[in-house]
Design a protein around this ligand. Structure first.
Ligand code: FMN
Length: 315
C-alpha cells in the first residue's frame, strides 16, 4: 500500500509536513492545503511560503489548486513549474459554503458544462501532470456516474475519491457504493480517501478493493501519527510537538496565531491520550502560551498513549 497525506487547511502546513516526515514513518506523497488563485496573482505570500522548495526539502509534494477559472489555474501552474513541481492537484471536493456558492470545490461538480470546458482547457494546456481530488457529487450522488464518465476522458495522474457529497461535510458513513463505481473501468490510478482511522480500517479497504494501491489519510494520521507504521512512543511525540510548536513560534507573531495552529493539531491528536477530556477543555479555550505549555506538560507527564484506538469525529 502507498500512503498520501491529505491536504488539511490550517493543519498540514509545511512545518507540520516536515515535522511529521522526520519523526514518523514517511508518507509516499504529501499534498498542500489548497492554493486559491485570483485575478491578480497565482500564489500569494503565504501560499508561496508553503510550497517553497527550501521549506519542503526531501518531501515528495503535490500542490493543490482550488479554482473554477482555467486561466487562474494555468497561471498558478506556471509559478509552480518555475519552482520545480511536476504535478498539481485540482480540488473538486471542498464542501465549505463560501467556496461552494462561488462554484468552486464540490460546488463545481454541479456545473457540468463549465467543468467540462475547464477540464478540456487545463488538460490540453497545462505542462504539469494533473491529479484530481473529488467528492461523488454536490447535492446528489446521482450525479456521480456522469462525473466519472467525464473524468474518464482525461489522463489524470490519479483520481482521489472522497466518497461523500457536499452536504455530508465529513459526517456519516462514506458512500462505498459510489467508490465501487469508480473502480469499474478506472483508466487512472484510483486513490481512496475517507475515515481511515485504524490500521485495521486500512487493511479492510485493501481487502475489499484490491485494485486500490494508494490511500490518502487525513484526520486519522493527525490523530495517530503511527497509523501507517512504527511503535507509539511518548518521547518521540513530545519531540515532534516541541519542534512544531517552536517552528510556529519562530514564524508567527503573537500567542493567538501560534495557539490557533497548535489547537488545529490537538483537535485530533488529543484522542491519542488516556483521560484527555480535561486537558482538551483547557487547550481549546486557552489564549495564553504559558497556560498552553503547562497543560501540554501535564498531559505528557500524567497520561499514556492509546495506540491504534481510532478517532471519533465530533458529532
Ligand atoms: C480541517 C480540514 C481542512 C481540510 N482542508 C482541505 C484542503 O485544503 N483541501 C482538500 O482537498 N481537502 C481538505 N480537507 C479534506 C481532507 O483532505 C480529507 O479529504 C477529509 O478529511 C477526509 O479524509 P479523512 O477521513 O482521512 O480525514 C480538509 C479537511 C479538514 C477536516
Amino acid at each position: 500500500m502507498r500512503y498520501e497525506l491529505a491536504p488539511m487547511e490550517g493543519v498540514t502546513t509545511y512545518l507540520y509536513r516536515r515535522c511529521y516526515h522526520t519523526h514518523f514513518v514517511p508518507m509516499d506523497r504529501y499534498f498542500t492545503p489548497f492554493i486559491a488563485p485570483n485575478m491578480n496573482q497565482g500564489l500569494n505570500a503565504k501560499e508561496r511560503r508553503d510550497v517553497l522548495p527550501e521549506h519542503n526539502a526531501g518531501l515528495p509534494l503535490v500542490p493543490q489548486i482550488l479554482t473554477n477559472r482555467a486561466d487562474h489555474f494555468l497561471t498558478t501552474c506556471r509559478d509552480l513549474e518555475a519552482l520545480g513541481y511536476g504535478e498539481v492537484n485540482l480540488n473538486l471536493g471542498c464542501p465549505s459554503g463560501t467556496v461552494v456558492s462561488k462554484g468552486k470545490g464540490s460546488g463545481f461538480l454541479a456545473r457540468y458544462d463549465e467543468l467540462r470546458a475547464f477540464l478540456d482547457e487545463i488538460f490540453s494546456r497545462c505542462p504539469l501532470r494533473i491529479s484530481i481530488k473529488t467528492r461523488v457529487g454536490r447535492a446528489d450522488q446521482a450525479d456521480w456516474p456522469r462525473l466519472l464518465d467525464l473524468y474518464r476522458q482525461y489522463p489524470c495522474a490519479e483520481l482521489i475519491v472522497h466518497p461523500r457529497i457536499q452536504k455530508d461535510f465529513y459526517r456519516g458513513a462514506p458512500r462505498m457504493d459510489a467508490f465501487a463505481l469508480a473502480e469499474a473501468e478506472a483508466p487512472w490510478p484510483l486513490v481512496y480517501n475517507g475515515d481511515l482511522f485504524t490500521r485495521r480500517g486500512i487493511a479492510e479497504i485493501s481487502r475489499a478493493h484490491p485494485g486500490v494501491e494508494t490511500v490518502m489519510l487525513g484526520r486519522g494520521v493527525i490523530s495517530n501519527p503511527w497509523l501507517i507504521g512504527g511503535t507509539p512512543d511518548k518521547a518521540v511525540l513530545r519531540d515532534f510537538h516541541d519542534e512544531l510548536f517552536d517552528g510556529y513560534r519562530g514564524i508567527l507573531y503573537g500567542d493567538g496565531p501560534v495557539l490557533c495552529k497548535m489547537k488545529g493539531v490537538w483537535a485530533y491528536l488529543i484522542q491519542r491520550f488516556t483521560n484527555y477530556a480535561p486537558y482538551q477543555k483547557i487547550i481549546r479555550k486557552t489564549r495564553r502560551l504559558s497556560e498552553y505549555q503547562s497543560t501540554v506538560n501535564a498531559l505528557f507527564h500524567n497520561e499514556d498513549l492509546i495506540p491504534d484506538a481510532g478517532f471519533q469525529p465530533e458529532p
